[in-house]
Design a protein around this ligand. Structure first.
Ligand code: SAH
Length: 465
């Protein structure tokens, strides 16, 4: 984000516009809506500009050439003559003096630019693309224009009134925020709410107010964040994330998912990486219990599904022992995402009636399994936390008679932008993990070929189907 979107207070500020032609006129069309004192400096100005000046005491025209001394005391400069080289020169001059400058249509000279705006003052939507796609920004603006009724400004002012009232009766910021989230729920169709009359807003406000008084106890939601892509986050998870007071999250929760969560929430990282247990389970249990008891809405966010290798039982036991209310919001487990990525059906009619979800590690080290069944030609398994144990798994399966040609597909970072798929066999998987630099997180799909490989008949098991 090279250009940081900010709203600047223009009251009492001096803004200078150099130029009096169409470029200056375009800038002034928005500028005159601000509270700034605007000076236009140009040998001559369009009739539209002089008309604006006549009607607006904060807009002054000085019909003459620009002089460097004009910059004294200015906050912003618009270099908007009809001459690109001159605008460039003015921009450099202003930058040297530490002024923010906009040069009409010359991105490289600008230290700020004007976004496309939808104006429902005091509610303003600003859209910019850092000059990358002005057409798209304009289309978006047009789209938002149609969605925000003209009365949105009035609604916004009415909300401001209610907020003043509310702050005296509801001192905690997070309570107030929750109340507004009830009146305007994020992620819901806002169209009818945007059209609230003053009376309808009053009514919704009173209803939310009487509801929130009875709801002051904390709660823990054990939420599955899915394998990483926002596409694979449930709407239930989104809702919890939008209204959370505290978010306790793991290493495998993607940034993309965290980015949509409520910004004002308190974020607590309790990630464990393989081998390095950063936060002990007891400590996590203690945190979620304490936060809920303090009356907070706690989201315990885990990668994939919380009930698959997620140690959810230990947390649920602790919550029950402490008498804390909780709920479970399932997520898409990484094996499901991995199977989808390679186009392989986890169960296949007439072929495999079951699929095992295995862990490569358990509390004692490499996890022992029913290797004899897993070594059967029609056995299928998805191995979690299997990279470190891959040599062990390979050895055990082969010892029990599995073929070295048995297909194995490894999906690293399933559903994420950096997803990697490695097609291999039981015999070659160790070599291929190394060769393709698979570092994890990854799922080993034992007995599964990618759909393409299976269709091409490259792999014995599917070819025999
Ligand atoms: N509850 C999680 C699993 C936690 S165990 C779930 O349902 O997916 C951690 C293991 O999950 C990792 O070692 C890896 O095997 C797997 N995993 C998690 N996210 C993954 C992803 N995006 N791609 C591949 N494997 C992933």
């Amino acid at each position: 984000m090279r250009f940081l979107p900010i709203f600047v207070d223009t009251a009492g500020k001096k803004i200078i516009v150099i130029g009096g032609g169409p470029a200056a006129e375009a800038k002034l069309r928005t500028l005159i809506k601000s509270d700034a004192d605007i000076t236009v400096i140009a040998p001559s100005v369009t009739t539209e500009i002089s008309r604006w000046a006549a009607a607006n005491s904060k807009l002054n025209i000085e019909e003459r050439e620009f002089d460097e001394s004009d910059l004294a005391g200015a906050s912003l400069l618009y270099a908007a003559t009809e001459n690109a080289a001159e605008n460039s020169r003015l921009a450099k001059l202003a930058k040297k003096r530490g002024l923010f400058v906009n040069a009409a249509d010359q991105k490289e000279d600008c230290s700020f630019y004007s976004p496309a705006i939808v104006d429902r003052s005091p509610l303003i939507v600003a859209i910019g693309s850092e000059g990358a796609a002005p057409g798209l920004a304009r289309a978006l603006k047009a789209d938002i224009e149609t969605r925000l009724p003209k009365s949105t400004g009035r609604l916004t002012r009415k909300i401001a009134e209610l907020r003043t009232k509310l702050s005296s009766i509801m001192p905690m910021f997070s309570d107030r925020q929750r109340l507004w989230a009830e009146i305007f729920p994020p992620n819901s169709d806002l169209s009818s709410r945007l059209n609230y009359s003053d009376a309808a807003l009053d009514q919704a406000y009173e209803a939310a107010l009487s509801g929130s008084a009875s709801e002051r106890t904390g709660k823990v939601s054990l939420v599955g964040a899915g394998p990483g892509s926002l596409d694979l986050l449930t709407i239930g998870a989104q809702r919890r994330l939008h209204s959370a007071d505290v978010i306790v999250y793991d290493r495998l929760v993607s940034q993309e998912v965290l980015d949509i969560a409520r910004r004002e929430a308190k974020y607590i990282y309790v990630g464990k990486s393989p081998g390095a247990h950063t936060t002990r389970q007891e400590e996590i249990n203690r945190i979620i219990v304490e936060e809920a008891k303090a009356g907070h809405k706690v989201v315990r966010l885990k990668g994939g599904d919380p009930l698959i290798f997620g140690r959810a039982d230990e947390e649920i036991d602790a919550l029950e022992a402490a008498g804390v209310d909780y709920e479970i919001v399932p997520g898409i487990t990484s094996a499901a995402a991995a199977a989808a990525s390679i186009g392989a059906s986890l169960t296949s009619r007439g072929h495999n009636k079951s699929v095992a979800l295995l862990t490569g590690h358990d509390t004692k080290g490499f996890a022992e399994q029913d290797w004899a069944s897993l070594a059967q030609p029609n056995a299928r398994a998805a191995v979690y936390m299997g990279l470190g144990a891959s040599r062990f798994i390979q050895g055990r399966l082969m010892l029990h008679g599995a073929s070295s040609e048995y297909p194995v597909t490894i999906v690293e970072n399933a559903s994420r932008e950096n997803e990697k798929i490695v097609e291999t066999t039981l015999g070659n998987m160790i070599e291929d993990i190394e060769k393709h630099d698979v570092l994890g997180p990854a799922i080993l799909l034992l007995g599964y070929a990618t759909r393409d490989a299976a269709m091409n008949g490259n792999l014995p098991l599917r070819a025999a189907l």
